[in-house]
Design a protein. Structure first.
Lengths: 382, 382
């Protein structure tokens, strides 16, 4: 049994810690929900951005996955992933990179919601003698991008793609509004809105004689709440691998499920204010204050001891670039424990995607307690 | 004359653009304010984190500079910088790295505000047979860390350091509260508070027979407003190199001074909402919403055309991880211009330090219009 505390104490702070056991438990929890319905799970790797994490969480190692940047597509394809959806509306200037990834044997598909994009994908397909697969992005809940499922544009896009050198691969939607509501019942409602939008659009395309092999939905809250899978072929989710305070705040996970944390060192105090000052500011935590609008504002993060046990009502109250200020949550009545200078703590983040993006590696606490800490690399950029 | 627009159009978006001419104008503006007073300017390189930028903005190339991480200290020391203050309170676990940088010929000093740190610096100095220089951090405005100038602890710290193998290098303070007030007059008030705290503390140390060669103050707002330099030896500032919407919002710069921007591509629209969707979300802009509490809320950034001309009242209203939503500022009465899919725009950031940190390189528009775009690398991490 390796002594975790002394291993962590040897790290330079701030450092990003990943608890592999929690991560694998999170992944299995969602797989167990989705797979029995004959629907595939297509994890969104924008959260993890790491080949080593991808190898752990993809059962066969080659997909299917979702990505948020072409850099992710290129890196995961180079590592052997064979089925990728790039789920940000394609820009014409990026199609050469899509063609390159596909030419290396990875089935990379793109998404789009307007005729300019459809024509650009059709032209690039013709020019390269390669059918680039495209999914039509649907707007199921008035959240961001996408075509309404009943919009005549849906059939126009399907027709342009199908009658061209490109490939009409299907439809895709994301219930972004599921982040704004609390609890299983509300998320199940969002999930049904998401499913219905995708299925209605798929049926319209098919009724018009167009193919729609893929019917893709998903967000972490809806993937965990979905009960009816009729008409779907796959479910996407991203932050479910790590979870975070935001997801805990909308009732999708427990604090104990959060698999990443930031290790920090106490460097001073302002005793009259009840503050401990640490070396994890917003550069280490990210500027994400997602919990600010939730029932419980977690500041820039929730404080845990080195073993990862939550210290109730102790938060990162303020953050400068390289300074965090730890204090009791205002109104909680809690007091700051004795934290001598040099004390190391772990901070749970508001948003796993944003916090992890501040680091180039994970320090991994392996599932097997007899295995020492290990490092997994991660990347950023586009 | 190289055609800027066609050069930018060849970049993959999102991309970080640095206008070298504006940067050099910003640097000269502050140098011209500070140098005539016989006080040195010690730029804070936490904003730029780039060897190439450091080479441009440090007249002699070897310092003095300020850094916010030991990784910056290591990288800039390796590039030849010879005088560095690491301006985050030192943690004992980091002293080995300080010793290593100093052993390579760079005069790296640390800051501290408590006896545990002073003893750790003293012990590391004795253990390594090397006098590690330490400045005592002062709290001039109740902002964050530091000892009050009239606190008995000041002399205790000075005595512990001076009567040890370490070196008492001086005092340092930062008027963090200057970011909370608007306009030259208010900043001049903060600058005088900052100066007085440093000078009072230096005089107390000297009256007690302790050395205090360095009296260091600074923040971008106070450095630009300081009128009395009596008793100071140096002024620090960081974001002045690039500036940003936050600094413009407190009246320290004009929009036209902001030297960095994010190049983005329009990928779609929601016409009924007056939205253009781009590929620069919060991963490209950072989550920093510093202007949210200012007179004019700039959203996630202010929109410019490709030449960098501000499009009035057009902001990044919302941002998801890889999507930006551009819309008129609420209440402005402005309407969204026609931005065909594929239009490229440049976005001014809320906070240069946070936005630049999302990238591993700058695409530099050189001062000389006959020179093509060039790339300068930047780094992150600790």
């Amino acid at each position: 049994m390796v002594e975790l505390k002394s291993e962590l104490a040897a790290l330079q702070t701030p450092a990003l810690i990943l608890d592999e056991r929690k991560m694998m438990r999170n992944v299995l929890r969602l797989e167990d929900r989705i797979r029995p319905h004959g629907v595939s799970l297509r994890p969104h790797l924008k959260t993890v951005k790491s080949i080593e994490v991808a190898r752990r969480i993809l059962p066969e190692g080659f997909g299917p996955v979702t990505v948020s940047t072409l850099n992710e597509a290129e890196q995961f394809a180079a590592a052997g992933v064979r089925d990728i959806i790039y789920s940000v509306g394609i820009a014409a200037q990026k199609l050469d990179r899509v063609v390159d990834v596909r030419a290396r044997g990875c089935d990379l598909s793109v998404i789009l919601d307007n005729l300019d994009q459809a024509r650009a994908v059709a032209e690039a397909s013709a020019r390269n003698g390669m059918a680039i697969p495209a999914l039509i992005e649907l707007d199921c809940d008035d959240h961001r991008s996408g075509v309404a499922p009943d919009d005549p544009l849906l059939l126009e896009l399907g027709t342009v793609l199908h009658n061209s050198a490109a490939e009409l691969r299907g439809v895709l939607t994301h219930a972004g509004e599921s982040y704004e509501v609390y609890g299983r019942e509300a998320h199940a409602g969002c999930a049904e809105v998401e499913r219905r939008a995708a299925v209605v659009a798929a049926e319209r395309l098919r009724a018009a004689g167009l193919p729609c092999p893929v019917v893709s939905v998903g967000s972490t809250p809806t993937a965990h709440a979905l009960t009816c899978f009729d008409g779907l072929t796959e479910v996407r989710a991203g932050v479910f691998t790590f979870f975070d305070l935001f997801q805990a705040g909308i009732g999708v996970c427990e604090m104990d499920d959060i698999a990443i944390s930031v290790l920090t060192t106490v460097i001073g105090h302002q005793k009259n204010k009840g503050w401990a000052i640490t070396d994890a500011g917003w550069m280490a935590m990210s500027r994400d204050r997602g919990s600010a609008g939730q029932r419980v504002d977690q500041g820039y993060g929730l404080v845990c001891d080195m073993e990862g046990r939550v210290l109730p009502d102790l938060i990162v109250l303020k953050a400068n670039q390289e300074h965090g200020i730890i204090a009791p949550r205002p109104g909680s009545g809690a007091t700051l424990p004795e934290f001598p200078v040099g004390t190391m703590l772990r901070i749970l983040p508001n948003h796993a995607c944003a916090t992890a993006a501040q680091y180039d590696r994970y320090h991994v606490i392996p599932e097997d307690p007899d295995v020492p800490l290990t490092e997994w690399s991660r990347f950023g950029g586009w």
